[in-house]
Design a protein around this ligand. Structure first.
Ligand code: B12
Length: 339
């Protein structure tokens, strides 16, 4: 009988978390390296330390326990740990060539980095494009290297309309495209509606489905349902819609912002900052015909704002302002009414 591989223990996570909180990159890396030396597989180290600690980071920020600056600092520690662990994983000389990246305006690079490193550790040659790869950049990378498949990571529901454009661009080169990340649902329905060749929940799942991917794919079929037409119009006007909605919402809530004195973590600042995210999520819901793309975001925003002292009605007021601004978009109005 072969012994089960060693696992990450509670003490490892405690030590890793303390290092992240103290912004001690050396101690964080030493904890991860010690677990590897004990025989814990790389994927388990990534899952048990990096992903587990990033989950805590997210909860602390959402609950107003941490500022965005602390969230950034903690992520920078884990990102650097993952890069250093990656230095010990050589690029294989053979094996399928894959391109891994994030869609435009997606700054959650760490999930894609974890995916890239896990695939490399399993014998794939990986080109990692990092955060927010433009369509031109992505297409040039594909044409330069001719990968077996492109794997795109999407953490934000608001990136789904841009995911669609990247899927179109990748499929335009004939290359299969696999989607993954928190913006997709676990059954892969959103990915399928966006025209992806496949959806994978984890890098291991992606690895398992690689052999079944077609070698060549045709262009993505057009999305012509009424929601898709509205989604494109909302996307085109996203900035002005967001601005109008913030003006209407703050007027109705009687919000006064003192310029230069309000912190970027204040709920009034966040309301303005996140309005474009909400608008793009609405477009994503219409495009994928999945209202939960929007309702998840609405619920998330309600939690974030109420944890920072906003009036309980703030999100309802924002939603009403959005419905009013989009009065000539019946699918959007209906989705907002039923969400
Ligand atoms: C750190 C972080 C940030 C950092 C990112 C910095 C960086 N360099 O990455 C900063 C501060 C910039 C940030 C900003 C924002 N963030 Co943020 N962020 C996070 C946080 C806390 C951790 C992300 C992370 O590193 N995860 C670790 C990775 C490794 O885990 P993972 O995502 O689970 O990835 C695994 C799988 O999903 C899968 N996978 C992922 N991609 C792919 C791709 C393929 C092809 C495959 C096969 C698999 C796969 O494999 C991975 C390994 O198993 C998450 C919460 C969380 N728990 O993840 C929120 C989170 C992603 N952020 C969120 C939001 C809303 C935002 C902001 C809009 C608001 C904000 N918080 O300031 C902005 C938007 C910025 C932008 N335009 O991109 C939401 C997204 C909700 C949604 N679905 O829309 C989350 C989920 C938090 C939450 N619950 O509200 N964020």
């Amino acid at each position: 009988m072969t012994a089960a591989p060693a696992a990450v223990e509670g003490a490892d996570l405690d030590a890793y978390w303390t290092a992240v909180v103290d912004a001690d990159e050396r101690a964080a890396h030493a904890t991860a390296a010690a677990a590897l030396d004990r025989g814990v597989p790389l994927e388990e180290v990534l899952r048990g330390l990096v992903i587990a600690s990033q989950r805590r980071v997210g909860e602390l920020w959402a609950g107003n326990g941490w500022t965005v600056a602390r969230e950034h600092a903690a992520t920078a520690i884990s990102e650097s740990v993952v890069r250093r662990l990656g230095e010990a994983v050589p690029m294989p000389a053979a094996g399928p060539l894959l391109t891994v990246g994030c869609v435009e305006r997606e700054w959650h690079a760490l999930p894609a980095l974890v995916v890239a490193l896990t695939l490399r550790a399993h014998g794939c040659r990986v080109t990692y494009l990092g955060a927010s790869a433009s369509r031109d950049h992505l297409v040039s990378a594909i044409l330069d290297t001719g990968p077996r498949a492109v794997l795109l990571s999407a953490s934000l529901n608001s990136t789904l309309p841009r995911v669609r454009r990247q899927v179109e661009a990748v499929r335009g080169t004939g290359t299969p495209v696999v989607l993954g990340g928190r913006a997709l649902d676990s059954r892969g329905v959103r990915a399928q509606r966006l025209g992806a060749t496949a959806y994978a929940c984890t890098p291991e799942d992606a690895l398992a489905l690689l052999p079944s991917l077609p070698v060549h794919v045709g262009p993505a079929g057009p999305l012509r349902h009424p929601g898709a037409v509205e989604a494109r119009s909302i996307e085109a006007e996203s900035d002005s819609i967001s601005r109008d909605v913030v003006v209407a919402t703050t007027a109705r809530l009687g919000v006064v912002r003192e310029h230069g004195t309000t912190s970027r973590d204040d709920w009034r600042v966040l309301l303005s900052t996140f309005a474009p995210h909400v608008v793009d999520c609405l477009a994503g819901a219409l495009l994928t015909e999945d209202p939960t793309v929007y309702s998840e975001t609405r619920d998330w925003l309600a939690g974030v704002l109420s944890g920072r002292g906003a009036a309980p009605a703030a999100v309802t007021v924002l939603e009403e302002a959005l419905a009013q601004r989009l009065h000539d978009h019946p699918e959007a109005v209906s989705l907002l009414g039923g969400a």
